[in-house]
Write a new protein. Structure first.
Length: 266
C-alpha cells in the first residue's frame, strides 16, 4: 500500500501563501467587495436598520412604515450602485461603461423588454385579481390612497432596482467576465437566489431562472440597463394595478374591470 506524503504545517502555510499571491486582484476584489456590500446592506440599509437607528429621531406618526421603506429603497440604491461605481473608478481604475453601464445593443435590449412586458402584463393582471395580493404589494399601505406618496415610493423603487440589477448584472457579471467567461452568468445568479430566501418557495426557485435569464440578457446586450428596466417595470406594474384594485374594489379580470380600474386613476 502506497504511503501518503505528509506535508508539514510550515510547508502548508508556504503553499497557501504562494496560492494567495497568485490570485488575480480584480476577480478577488469583486467577490470580496460584493460580500461586504451585502453585509452592509443587510445590517444597515433595511427597514429594521431604520427602526433601530433613525425612527426615534423623527415624529413619523402613521407614515412610519412609509419612511422605513423609502429609507430601505434609497439606502440600497446607494450601497448597490453608487458604492460599486466608486470602487470601479477608485480601486479598479476602470471605466464604468465596461461594467455594463452603457446602452450596448439597444435594439435587442428594447425588443426583449417589450416582448417580456407583453407576456407579463396578463399574468400580473390575473395575479392581482386576488384580494389578498394587496396585503403584500405595495409594501406600505400609505401609498394606496395618496398618489403623491405612491409616486415617491415608486421613484425610489426604480432607484432600488437600478442598484439591485447593477450589483449582479453589472458590477459582478462584467467584473468576472474576463476571468470566468460565460460562467460569470451562473456565478452572479447564486447570491441573487440566496437573497430571495425567506420568500415563497416558488418565487425563490423562479429566481434561479430569472437570475440566469437576466444575466444572459445583460451579457447579450452588453448592458445591465435592460435588466433594470424589466425588473422595475414589473414591480411598478404590480404596485399600480394592486393600488387601483384597492381604490376601486374591483378584482375582476374582464374588460369591464379594466375600464373600472382606469377610471380609478382620475
Amino acid at each position: 500500500m502506497e504511503k501518503q506524503n505528509k506535508i508539514s504545517l510550515f510547508e502548508e502555510l508556504k503553499l497557501l501563501r504562494r496560492n494567495i499571491i497568485e490570485i488575480e486582484f480584480k476577480p478577488a476584489f469583486i467577490l470580496i467587495s460584493v460580500a461586504v456590500i451585502e453585509v452592509i446592506s443587510h445590517y444597515y440599509c433595511g427597514t429594521r436598520a431604520f427602526r433601530k437607528y433613525f425612527a426615534k429621531l423623527f415624529e413619523l406618526g402613521n407614515l412610519a412604515r412609509f419612511y422605513r421603506y423609502i429609507y430601505w429603497l434609497s439606502a440600497d440604491f446607494i450601497i448597490h450602485f453608487i458604492v460599486p461605481l466608486l470602487l470601479i473608478a477608485l480601486v479598479l481604475r476602470e471605466k464604468p461603461r465596461d461594467f455594463g453601464l452603457g446602452w450596448g445593443d439597444y435594439r435587442m435590449g428594447i425588443k426583449i423588454f417589450v416582448i417580456f412586458m407583453i407576456i407579463m402584463m396578463p399574468i400580473l393582471w390575473i395575479a392581482t385579481s386576488f384580494p389578498g395580493f394587496i396585503q403584500k404589494y405595495p409594501h406600505t399601505s400609505a401609498v394606496l390612497s395618496n398618489w403623491t406618496l405612491f409616486a415617491i415610493y415608486n421613484l425610489c423603487f426604480i432607484l432600488y432596482m437600478i442598484g439591485w440589477e447593477f450589483i449582479w448584472r453589472g458590477y459582478m457579471l462584467f467584473g468576472l467576465k474576463e476571468k470566468f467567461g460565460y460562467y460569470a452568468v451562473l456565478i452572479q445568479m447564486i447570491p441573487f437566489v440566496i437573497l430571495h430566501n425567506g420568500k415563497p418557495v416558488a418565487e425563490t426557485l423562479g429566481a434561479i431562472v430569472a437570475g440566469i435569464a437576466l444575466g444572459i440578457l445583460a451579457w447579450r446586450t452588453n448592458s445591465f440597463w435592460y435588466c433594470a428596466m424589466t425588473h422595475a417595470s414589473v414591480m411598478i406594474a404590480i404596485n399600480l394595478i394592486a393600488t387601483l384594485r384597492f381604490r376601486t374594489d374591483v378584482y375582476g379580470i374582464g374588460i369591464a374591470s379594466l375600464f373600472e380600474l382606469i377610471k380609478g386613476i382620475f
